[in-house]
Design a binder for this molecule. Sequence first.
Ligand code: TZP
Ligand code: MG
Length: 214
Amino acid sequence: MKLDRKSMLLYAITDRTWLKGTTLASQVEDTIKGGATFIQLREKNMDFDEFVTEAKVIKEITDKYNIPFVINDNIDVALAVNSDGVHVGQDDMNAKDVRKLIGKDKIIGVSVQTVEQAILAEQNGADYLGVGSVFPTSTKTDANYVSIKQLKEISKSISIPIVAIGGINENNIEKLRESGIDGICVISAIFSKPDILEATKRLRKLSEGIVDYE
Ligand code: TZP
Ligand code: MG
């Protein structure tokens, strides 16, 4: 599926760590209202039925606002809820095999850390790439790191949209200017905040300031 680069501007990945009495659905709605342009549901410790139930609820919201919605890792859940696509890492199924399962009209995102992985993912039919971690993060403890220099090399080597991920926040986003990215992807800079709507609004404005679609 051909993705509109502008839908990658502010990509939010969910995390239940900071639910604090509210629901993930209301947090997702707040981040969309604040300007998130893409949603990924990421669950690492959920059984299939629970994951599907939750994904259906989130999909209702993303459908209401017409925002692309992908599932992390779990292709069976993506198929069960008819999400817009899936996001896979280097340890998951490759994009070519994912494509066979989810069909040509769905979005496949792939996490990459090197130019070689980026080129291969594009050849295998990925629709966009997530590159990182570009900054230190405590959200993914086993994250590999990618320098800004490597990020620029990766963005030059492929033609599909890319987002930078990992430790991005209001204070360091400026360092990503002119790195060739189409947007930023964040977890804690949105979901750890007491006011998700306002945090997203600020990040949206900042990301508009550093991303150039020319
Ligand atoms: N992949 C690479 S870094 C990362 C993932 C899922 C975590 C991003 O979370 P945060 O809180 O935005 O650093
Ligand atoms: Mg994965």
